[in-house]
Design a binder for this molecule. Structure first.
Ligand code: PRP
Length: 178
């Protein structure tokens, strides 16, 4: 598997440090509010689990599935959101996202939460690729700004593979240009 990786971008230690920093920022900013943290499946699963353990305040959990119907390399504007969990009505929602790329997915999920009656919505993103933005969007808590490279690992996939890598790496072009 590692032979498909061109180079390491973020080590497990760097990711853990970012979770600790972001957890502290979230605790300072959202303390005292009725917070529901929402994991956007599937890519955010590992980040959500690690970040939540770094947030020192009571939070409820919820999960949404967001999928776009673009290619494996880029999301389209057609994003579906399915949500079968607890009510976010009147709550402060913290959306937890692995990566903000074009911004289409997170914009759609944020609107969906507001439509469901959330009082306010904050976004924590581990990775941010501002150079790829199609929809104007700024996350409230950002782990790393990264260049426009095809990254996988720590929840992020290519054709559903590589999510289980404990680090984030740049995928070899030969893998996705086959
Ligand atoms: C990926 C990623 C983000 C989204 C970012 O999800 O997890 O949710 O794309 O791209 P965008 O900013 O261009 O919309 P994907 O739809 O691939 O589903 P997954 O989380 O199940 O991998």
């Amino acid at each position: 598997m590692a032979s498909d990786i061109e180079r390491l971008l973020l080590t497990p230690a760097q990711i853990a440090d970012a979770c600790a920093r972001l957890g502290g920022e979230i605790g300072s900013r959202l303390s005292g509010r009725d917070v529901t943290a929402v994991c956007i499946l599937k890519g955010s699963s590992l980040f959500f689990a690690d970040l939540m353990r770094c947030v020192d305040m009571p939070v409820a959990f919820d999960f949404v599935r967001a999928s776009s119907y673009g290619s494996a390399a880029e999301s389209s504007g057609d994003v579906s959101v399915s949500h079968g969990g607890v009510c976010v009505c009147g709550k402060t929602v913290l959306l937890v996202e692995d990566i903000v790329d074009t911004g289409r997915t997170i914009s759609k999920v944020k609107s969906h939460m507001l439509d469901l009656g959330a009082k306010e919505v904050f976004v924590a993103a581990l990775l941010d690729k501002p150079s790829r933005r199609v929809v104007d969007f700024h996350a409230d808590f950002v782990g790393f700004e990264i260049p426009d490279e095809f990254v996988v690992g720590y929840g992020l996939d290519y054709n559903e593979k590589y999510r289980n890598l404990p680090y984030i790496g740049v995928l070899k072009r030969t893998v996705y240009e086959k």
